[in-house]
Design a protein around this ligand. Structure first.
Ligand code: NAD
Ligand code: MG
Length: 402
């Protein structure tokens, strides 16, 4: 985070992961305002949606993961008279994240695949709207260092971190670090508790992917929905908060708030607690970050507190949610541990979604993977990617043996 950006000129935006839940919400907000031009869009495999987005937003570039899918999109766009150029692969993602013509990058690819393009944006001094929490979990130290060196502005899109950002003193919004010196005692990270907050613990081994993906308050992609059900999402967010705001783990507290109306809080040394509230709609943090330090309409419903359910706050039950405990421990250990935790979690969640393992196997795969890997501190992205691959291989073996 550094100086505010001049918002008067039109802003040129790349949306990485444009076809996903955060990506489509971002385009919804962008479409409501004239001040943004879409420079590039990316998707993994949903060419049909990317095609219609290209026809609506007329980006200079569209990027897909796979060469054949890119060729198919190229033909369809050509037929429709579109001038959008289609590229494919990781180098193309890095290009559209770092091009000199780009002012703002929305990093909304899911998982470790989002690291390299998000990092390219941070290294090239962009205003980075960071939804891809996995890049901070994998490489938080290097990512934040890159932003400081390039002068990139990192604005959190994760609703909790966006809420914390909004509740920070203004100087801390522009310059990372020294929160204690500005009177901040701790941050309170709220968590809904997901769909299994009250499910008897002895039934958790029977829950299905469809049940795990049915979040009570938020409509999200499948991976983050499972992460919310295990509460690994909050574990990842705990790590994300430490890196993003330069906080020691002791300065971050998780509070269960099942209604998802208070999106997080900041406690000050005088006893004041500032909270950010709003409808559970990702367009709110997206609009905040797009316009920061100004404000624009998001399209989300306005909050009616008198019509809202009673707001509850509870301590998390770490025995029910071992993934949260694993995330919090990894934040304390730092270094290579969060990288391996993230990799093992991605493998375990994919195996659960594919029906190969039980819900309760997820924390087991992660802790067994962490127990098998001992390592040196990663000092480069190449080392992090090697570690990520190693942890994935270990986690795959463990999952296959269950
Ligand atoms: P999603 O699954 O709905 O969409 C993911 C996007 O990434 C899609 O556009 C997909 O095409 C692209 N993608 C997937 N795999 C890819 C790969 N290997 N290479 C390139 N592109 C790939 O996910 P989402 O729910 O929108 O989440 C995106 C990110 O935002 C995640 O990191 C998530 O943790 C974070 N986030 C999401 C929400 C939410 O409400 N959905 C809230 C907070 C944070
Ligand atoms: Mg969140």
């Amino acid at each position: 985070m550094s100086q505010a950006i001049n918002q008067t000129a039109s802003q040129s935006i790349t949306v990485l992961g444009a076809t996903g839940s955060v990506g489509t919400s971002t385009l919804d907000v962008i479409a409501r305002h004239d001040q943004f031009r879409v420079y590039a869009l990316s998707a993994h495999s949903n060419t049909a949606l990317l095609l219609s987005q290209c026809l609506q937003f007329e980006p200079v570039y569209a990027v897909l993961t796979d060469e054949n899918a890119a060729e198919a999109l190229r033909l369809q766009l050509h037929k429709a008279g579109s001038a959008t150029e289609v590229l494919w692969g990781v180098a193309a993602l890095e290009k559209i994240a770092s091009d000199a013509a780009v002012d703002v990058v929305m990093a909304a690819i899911v998982g470790a695949a989002g690291l390299r393009p998000a990092l390219a944006a941070a290294q090239s001094g962009k205003k980075v709207l960071l939804a891809n929490k996995e890049s901070l979990v994998m490489a938080g130290e290097l990512f934040m260092q890159a932003a400081v060196q390039s002068g990139a502005v990192i604005l959190p899109i994760d609703s909790e971190h966006n809420a914390i950002f909004q509740c920070l003193p203004a100087p801390a919004q522009s310059k990372r670090g020294n929160l204690a010196g500005q009177g901040v005692r701790k941050v309170l990270l709220t968590a809904s508790g997901g769909p299994f907050l009250h499910t008897p613990v002895d039934q958790l081994h029977t829950v299905t992917p469809a049940q795990a993906c049915k979040h009570p308050n938020w409509d999200m992609g499948r991976k983050i929905s499972v992460d919310s059900a295990t509460m690994m999402n909050k574990g990842l967010e705990f790590i994300e908060a430490c890196y993003l705001f330069d906080l020691a783990p002791a300065a971050v507290e998780v509070v269960i708030h099942p209604q998802s109306i208070v999106h997080s809080m900041v406690e000050y040394t005088d006893g004041s607690v500032l909270a950010q509230l709003g409808s559970p709609d990702m367009r709110v943090p997206i609009a905040h970050a797009l316009a920061w330090p100004q404000r624009i309409e998001s399209g989300a419903d306005f909050l009616s507190l008198v019509k809202s359910p009673d707001l509850q706050f509870l301590a998390p039950d770490l025995a029910r949610f071992p993934c949260l405990a694993l995330g919090m421990e990894a934040a304390g250990q730092g270094g290579y541990v969060p990288t391996c935790l993230n990799a093992a979690n991605e493998i375990a969640v994919a195996a659960f979604l594919a029906g190969q393992i039980r819900f309760t196997d997820i924390p087991r795969i992660i802790s067994d993977t962490l127990a098998q890997i001992t390592c040196r501190q990663p000092v480069s992205i190449a080392m992090i990617q090697k570690l990520d691959a190693e942890a994935r291989a270990v986690a795959c073996d463990i999952a296959a043996g269950l």
